[in-house]
Write a protein of this length. Sequence first.
Length: 94
Amino acid sequence: MKNTMETRKRLRVKWRDAESHSEWLDPETVKKYKPAINYTDGFLLVDNSDVIILYMSYNETDIGDTCVIPRENVVDICELKISKKYVSKVSIDH
């Protein structure tokens, strides 16, 4: 962990998620289902071969509203431009 005053890297991650239903369904109907496609915008905390971890809220010491996305579920990643107003001290993993 290190403290940083650098501008945070903000991303939009497009990722595939499981779709599930708890009701009784005709098998032919279920065969037509596909994984859900989700989009998550957040600040990058971790990006490695296993996961991408984003957070959406922060203060001077903590982060909140986190999302851990398995790397194999990621379809696309794009960096979002942010202004200098997002610069502050925080402990992040690089």
